[in-house]
Design a protein around this ligand. Structure first.
Ligand code: NAG
Ligand code: NAG
Ligand code: NAG
Ligand code: NAG
Ligand code: NAG
Length: 495
């Protein structure tokens, strides 16, 4: 989930009372073949790539979608046989409109790994949701030229038959008319209709897939009147009826709106990859492990059974779940849930039982192995502190640089008293700062402890320790810059 998307019509659709339960015929394929996982790394302390690669293998995950082409990540995936979608971030699209730069990108980030025992790259994601309405057209001019350059560079390198360039798009690139809110009326958004037509033609010319991110959770999050059951796959919602077809879940309705939009530009049979779909577990009243389990239960069973959708019945759908791990450094502009999309915690520990093969045999996933943690030391409020007048300032400071989203309304750590709040914030900051001594002071308001302050509902985490010295990690580069600013800000805010 890159950013806020306004998914307008799915709850407005013609609601006709008509009992129809989704059903699927028994023919079952191992879903692991189909199932991919998004591996994002916007974390203060990302798990070492080798540990994640092992985690993927231990859980039988055979496809992974990345958000860049990081060298350590690709090295860790080398020789695993896992199929990979590498990516070009939006900020790089402009430079890729130069063909030589595109060729160099392909040479360095694709061709280089194309050897026996190398990385099985299948796709290059050119940008990430670049036409999101919230971006106000920032990437409208550069995306298609970048896509063309990358596919042409792949073709020139002799890789074009096996490696396809595609653009993961938010579902807000299509909609249906206000007076005809049904999937079969789907069309591309007016402001980018020509652009989308050209893009689809180019993808078709190269036998490349269309990639879309679909978020039933966001439909629910953005609209209190959205029928909750329609976000899931187990029936109960009043179906939306479209030309005699009953839609019982928003995933199908959304997917088929895209099918209609593609049909409208002459490519109704273009392969569609679902680049992201998932459910978060914290940061909102609907972001809970219980709902996440319900969502994945329904989704994974359908994928395993190749149910397809009403517009493409019985078809296999290539899907990448979002995501593998929680990312504590993601922007919370879309909502506090944004840092909690992981099927696993930030440290690769399972949150709830799930069966990725879609057979309904839910068990805990295999956890990450050999995770290097910081010592079991937490930072909590010093209840003996005399002057507490600066408590609020200090909490704000901590939560500016660490993840406090679990404290909000409807979240796992909501409902603690003021001291509990302070302790949570202080500990989050202390961990982000790698438990540096002076990171647990807060003008005498905080103190370290060896006693775990966690409660059954609320987890006071211990962060991951940095791996062996000298090992380059992208996350650390970002953290380094933040650290440099911290001392200054600390002075500015508190003294
Ligand atoms: C390869 O990808 C990395 C990570 O996305 C990027 O920083 C780098 O600039 C790319 N290399 C070239 C030659 O474009
Ligand atoms: C897009 O435009 C809106 C309204 O003009 C503005 O508030 C917002 O900051 C803009 N966003 C970007 C990414 O430029
Ligand atoms: C697709 O291929 C056709 C036929 O070769 C060509 O005329 C057309 O320009 C191509 N379109 C794009 C967008 O590449
Ligand atoms: C704890 O923090 C949350 C989130 O910042 C806030 O909404 C709540 O009012 C706080 N509770 C107390 C008792 O201070
Ligand atoms: C807290 O996180 C740890 C490490 O991921 C996990 O083992 C534990 O089950 C979690 N506890 C709660 C209460 O969620």
């Amino acid at each position: 989930m890159a950013d806020l998307a306004v998914l307008r019509w799915w709850w407005l659709g013609v609601m006709v009372a008509m009992a129809a339960a989704a059903s699927w015929s028994g023919g079952v394929l191992p879903a692991a073949e189909a199932l991919g996982m998004n591996w994002g790394t916007q974390a203060s302390h990302p798990l070492p790539p080798k540990i994640v690669a092992q985690l993927l293998q231990d859980n039988g995950i055979k496809k992974v979608k990345l958000f860049d082409a990081d060298q350590d990540t690709l090295s860790a995936l080398a020789g695993t046989g896992i199929e990979v979608m590498v990516a070009i971030p939006n900020v790089m699209l402009d430079s890729i409109t130069d063909y030589d730069t595109a060729k160099e990108w392909v040479r360095r980030n694709v061709s280089r790994y194309n050897f026996d025992g190398g990385v099985t790259i299948k796709y290059v994601a050119v940008g990430n949701e670049p036409f999101l309405a919230a971006y106000n057209g920032t990437f409208d001019k550069v995306t298609l030229p970048a896509l063309m350059n990358i596919q042409n560079a792949l073709n020139d390198a002799g890789l074009g038959d096996s490696i396809k360039a595609t653009v993961p798009l938010n579902a807000d690139v299509y909609d249906s008319p206000a007076n005809q809110q049904v999937p079969s009326a789907g069309r591309f958004r007016a402001d980018i209709a020509d652009l989308m037509t050209q893009m689809v033609q180019f993808l078709a010319n190269n036998s490349a897939p269309f990639t879309v991110n679909i978020y039933p959770f966001i439909s629910l999050y953005l609209n209190d009147d959205f029928p909750v059951d329609f976000a899931f796959f187990d029936g109960g919602a009043t179906p939306v009826v479209d030309n005699g077809i009953s839609y019982t879940n928003v995933f199908d309705a959304n997917f088929d709106t895209l099918v209609a939009a593609l049909k409208g530009v002459g490519h109704g049979d273009m392969p569609i990859i679902v680049g992201e779909v998932g459910w978060p577990t914290d940061g909102d009243k609907h972001a809970t492990a219980t709902y996440a389990q319900r969502f994945y239960n329904g989704l994974l069973k359908r994928l395993a059974a190749n149910v397809g959708t009403p517009a493409r019945p019985g078809q296999y759908i290539e899907v990448y779940l979002f995501g593998l791990l929680d990312e504590d450094a993601k922007s919370v502009a879309p909502g506090d849930f944004e840092r909690h999309w992981g099927i696993l915690r930030f440290d690769g520990q399972p949150k709830y039982p799930v069966d990725l093969t879609g057979q309904g045999q839910n068990t805990m996933l295999v956890p990450a192995k050999d995770v290097p943690y910081l010592p079991r030391t937490w930072c909590v409020i010093n209840t003996n502190a005399k002057d507490t007048s600066k408590l609020a300032d200090n909490i704000n400071f901590a939560c500016t640089f660490a993840d406090c989203t679990a404290l909000g309304y409807g979240s796992t750590c909501a409902g603690m008293d003021a001291n509990g709040n302070a302790s949570y914030a202080f500990n989050a900051y202390f961990q982000v700062q790698n438990q540096k001594d002076d990171a647990c002071d807060f003008q005498g308001l905080a103190m370290p402890t060896q006693t775990d302050p966690s409660t059954p509902a609320c987890n006071f985490t211990i962060q991951i320790a940095a791996t062996s010295a000298g090992h380059r990690r992208r996350g650390d580069a970002g953290a380094g810059a933040v650290l440099a600013l911290l001392a200054l800000l600390h002075l500015f805010l508190l003294h």
